[in-house]
Design a protein around this ligand. Sequence first.
Ligand SMILES: [Zn+2]
Length: 305
Amino acid sequence: MLATLVDEAGTIVARQGQDIEDHSPEVVIKTIGDAVDAVLAGSKDKTVSGIGIGSPGNVDMATGTIRYSPNFGWHDVPLGGRLRDRYKMPVFVANDARCATLGEFTHGTGNGTANFVLLTLGTGIGGGIVAAGTLLLGSLGGAGEIGHHQIRATDGFICNCGKTGCFEAQASGTGLIRHAIAVAPSFPRSALVSGKPEKLGSKAIRRAAEAGDPHGLAAWNRYIDDLSRGLANIIAFVNPELIALGGGVSSAGDFMLSALRPRVDELTTMVPRGMTKIVVAALGNDAGAIGAATMARRGALTTAG
Ligand SMILES: [Zn+2]
């Protein structure tokens, strides 16, 4: 969990990070409160207009109640209400991936782009869609759950949501590890699998691929193919000008982009090829905090531009 103080320009001027082991609502709300206190203590000479929170799960944005958070095992936790009682200032709560999309749109790579998609390639795939300058939320705040469209419904990995071959199952950082395990029998002398399988990390696979290791490259090529399938679908669904990739896997930078762009072009059929810019996101792990602060300053997640 990260609490930050963000100025009007979107610059983080104070930050307080805290690991949360116990996910019970009381402990999490107290930990958030303590971290907010710590950053507010450094803001005595400033006017704080409100508090914005990005949370995993489905959020009732009108009240700030977390309807459902699978990560925390929460149902109907009134996070926004509790913090409003404590701080006597406006508190806004939204899904963390939507907040990150808003942050990257207003203060990162999406700045100046009207049709924009952010994808975060981490343990899962988080995302968000901006169309005609407005962040899409959908009727229940679920728009942008790009990770759960199926790209390999018959031969894919089982997704955490229960379906087979979701984009997230195939193309998240976890997906890269699954690809490496899937092709491992063809590489019996691979250095990547000499340790315990549970120790295998996406960073090690990416590094091995960059170094030309045959096992790493085999996994990486399968990964890039699946990532490209999802991106081509997104291009067909929403025709963005720009797709920004964040999360750990995007650290591969040009090594990833140079493989990805031509494959996405091959799979792009209904709009002109080569027109969708694909780049690495600019704000990294701070995108969510900057987006949540932007939401608090605007008084809403969805205000255009
Ligand atoms: Zn899924």
